[in-house]
Ligand binder design. Structure first.
Ligand SMILES: C[S@@+](CC[C@H](N)C(=O)[O-])C[C@H]1O[C@@H](n2cnc3c(N)ncnc32)[C@H](O)[C@@H]1O
Length: 251
């Protein structure tokens, strides 16, 4: 189960202020984007509501936005139309990317915003990474961002209730994360996310979804990237930080 059908409708309440504007989201990758020609072929393979894809297209790149969630793909297409950005939106599970695109089509593939943990276990993750690697040109790069699961798991199961209202589209909401941490790394974990919107009359509308995830240690991820023909070029991994970014090059 992929999920993100109910959450797609309220996803902006889950995106940080810094990633909300497409240009800002794209600018957060300025250093890697500088390695590309301005008309590069780029794939965002877990595009969510499309802010990154639209930001990249606005820079003149040829952008494909893919996601397994139909609702996410629809929202990406809507955002692209609204902002006049030429983004091709495709519903595709990572494992099926080679059914949609020829091998060696893209100069850069993005899988960002804590997406990869939704791949089912080590075998699902390797299959996903292998697909991403196949559609990359030789010398092309995979850009991946991830939670530091070593930290997340050390905190155990818990409830995180936002301590402030998040305002989007003139509406306030409280965001709640319920973390279900399984005893063993390789077991299925869950994150339940609820967005409770408060309207002007004071009524509360809650949208929530239970998402499955399979965490991984950084060392495992590195080994898996290597296995699918990708070599880590830069990494910000640190046990002190909540998130990290890996840029891996296809050999
Ligand atoms: C946390 S969201 C991140 C979205 C976006 N990249 C961002 O940074 O806001 C995770 C995304 O991964 C997508 N996803 C989960 N499993 C997937 C799969 N097997 N293939 C493709 N996309 C998947 C979800 O539908 C969702 O849009």
């Amino acid at each position: 189960m992929t999920g993100y059908e109910a959450l797609a409708e309220v996803y902006e309440w889950l995106i940080s202020d810094a990633k909300l504007a497409p240009a800002d989201f794209a600018a957060s990758f300025d250093d890697v984007l500088a390695l590309l020609p301005s008309d590069a072929d780029v794939l965002d393979c877990s595009c969510g509501t499309g802010q990154l894809a639209v930001g990249l297209a606005a820079r003149g790149m040829r952008v494909v936005a893919a996601d397994a969630s139909e609702a996410m793909v629809r929202r990406t297409a809507e955002l692209a139309t609204e902002l006049g950005a030429p983004v091709r939106s495709v519903r595709a599970d990572w494992r099926d990317l080679p059914d949609h695109f020829d091998d060696e089509t893209f100069d850069m593939v993005f899988c960002v915003g804590n997406s990869l943990h939704h791949a089912e276990g080590a075998s699902g993750r390797v299959a996903a990474l292998e697909s991403m690697s196949r559609v990359l040109r030789r010398g092309g790069r995979l850009v991946l961002t991830s939670r530091t699961w070593e930290l997340v798991r050390s905190r155990g199961s818990r409830l995180d209730i936002g301590d402030r209202l998040v305002r989007r589209n003139g509406r306030d909401a409280v965001v709640i994360y319920r973390w279900e941490i399984a005893p063993r790394w390789e077991d299925e974990h869950h994150i339940e996310i609820a967005v409770a919107q408060v309207d002007a009359a004071g009524s509360v509308l809650v949208r929530s979804e239970l998402l499955s995830c399979w965490p991984y240690r950084y060392d495992e991820l590195e080994a898996e990237l290597h296995r699918v023909g990708l070599r880590t070029e830069t990494s910000t991994f640190s046990l002190e930080d909540e998130n990290y970014r890996v840029v891996a090059r296809k050999v």
